[in-house]
Write a protein that binds this ligand. Structure first.
Ligand code: 5GP
Ligand code: MG
Length: 183
């Protein structure tokens, strides 16, 4: 089975993604202006984005990961649970750049942000690869974002459908029959 055949159309190709990451890296570097910070990548979705992004930022930084699960299968998300967090010494008193794959309703980023602040982060900024502002429920605006995306379910470049398609090098929309397939 070839993954590419399940994609109806490509929204952002590899070249566009590379250019966008260069722009984001530049703006993040300027945003911190030489202050130490830690990139906190929300797993699993942001691992591809975070890996590419940090390699374009030419100043010292640290890297941490946390996991969030929502009890939803398919394309709808359920209640959120933060499954693991960096240790206290990676949060308390630190300047954190919270990195996620996509900002949709805003619940995930808000929930994680509040928890990091509760655990003593000095400052929490946010950077998302994709932003779907039309779907926002919680009022949150990212400090940096790659692309604005329409209200379509997308996969690739870290984003999954039922655990798959994260390894596509571009962002695309799945064909309707793939979305409708029984799990
Ligand atoms: P929020 O909490 O902002 O509603 O949702 C954020 C999470 O929902 C993302 O981290 C991602 O896991 C999931 N999500 C939202 N929209 C999409 C989408 O179009 N495609 C995929 N694969 N995941 C999405
Ligand atoms: Mg996610």
């Amino acid at each position: 089975m070839n993954l590419h055949g399940d994609i109806e159309r490509i929204l952002f190709d590899e070249t566009e993604i590379r250019d966008t990451i260069d722009r984001l890296a530049e703006s993040i570097t300027a945003m911190y202006g030489g202050i130490d910070f830690t990139v906190v990548s929300v797993l699993k979705g942001s691992c591809v984005f975070a890996s590419d992004l940090i390699r374009r930022i030419p100043v010292p930084l640290e890297l941490a990961f946390l996991g969030v699960s929502s009890y939803g299968q398919g394309t709808e998300s359920g209640p959120l649970e933060i499954t693991f967090l960096p240790g206290g010494n990676e949060i308390e008193g630190r300047n954190l750049l919270l990195v996620d794959d996509i900002l949709d309703t805003g619940r995930t980023l808000q929930r994680v942000r509040t928890e990091l602040e509760r655990r003593g982060a000095r400052d929490v900024k946010t950077c998302v690869f994709l932003d779907k502002p039309s779907r926002r429920v919680v009022p949150i605006t990212p400090d940096a974002r790659g692309f604005e995306v329409e209200d379509t379910f997308v996969v690739g470049y870290g984003l999954d459908f039922r655990g798959r398609y994260r390894n596509l090098p571009y962002v695309g929309a799945l064909r309707a029959e793939v979305l409708a397939r029984q799990p």
